[in-house]
Ligand binder design. Sequence first.
Ligand code: TK8
Length: 339
Amino acid sequence: FMILTLITSILAACGTSGEKASGGGKSSGDARIIRAGIGLNDKHPQYLGLLKFKEIVEKETNGAIKVETYHSSQLGDDRAMMEALQLGTQQMTIPSTAPIANFIPEYSVYDIPFMFPSEEVADKVLLESDIAKELLEKLPDQGMVGLAYWENGFRDLTNNKVAVSNVGDFKNLKIRTMENQLHLEAFKALGANPTPMAFAELFTAMQQGTIDGQENPIATIYLQKYNEVQKHVSLTHHVYSPFVVLLSKIFWDESSKEEQDILVKAAKEAGDYSRKLNREANSTYIAELEQEGMTVTEITPEAREEMKAITDPVVEKFSDKIGKDTIDRMRKAVEEAGK
Ligand code: TK8
């Protein structure tokens, strides 16, 4: 009897919390912890969305899951954080789709220049299409679970040399690209001199002049204060970058069905919130950048067509890697959404 009591009390004392600690979600009291890290700073709608996610999850699980939030690449860059999710040493991150392509090549379908014509079409495709959903379903094989798509947004070009308005202006510009082969090749084709680099190193590289420019959505350009180190912004809108809310599969598998449902629902709600903030502020940010002394250059539809024609062969070169079927289905979804 004594031995049984002893065993029972040992189990009671360390059983549940010990088990919970095993997935990397360290225990704190009774709660399981999601350590969530992002690349952008605490002003960005990505972080405000993450705070919303935290609020919903903690409330709906009655504190059984706690979310610790880290911004500004405090836990590492997109690639490092995804690797930490695979190992279970971190539970959540929200990268752009471009670095995900290093793990799952099909994700480069989102890197195809000028794939999405508008935010409305992007919403319909990302939130409703089968192909977008199937891309999320490829993540568990890589040790990650995709909870939802969020918005980074249409990418625009900044630099220190020239007010880029058409293809000829890219010549020899040292542009930082994301760590993504298709982006790199596309900028080469445009005549630029691109270098892939982690987001966390970007500001310093611009400040020190090791690169002339970069490309990111307006919210990033404004909120990360790129106007302090860049003179020109061109509204190229060359790629629409989605974010994907990623959870470590280890943490996911340790969650109950009810908790999993809460995590997905919270990611979707927080995504809607973040997307709305991102769009509301856009025109204000452009005006502010101009006020801070940047030149803002619109791109004509003709110039955009020319950029597309130059990058199309690059897409062709990547089509086996991405999968022709994936590209076709994405194009169809875009077409359908535009009707
Ligand atoms: C933030 C990145 C960033 C992306 C980039 O973690 O690297 O330029 O646009 O927002 O995912």
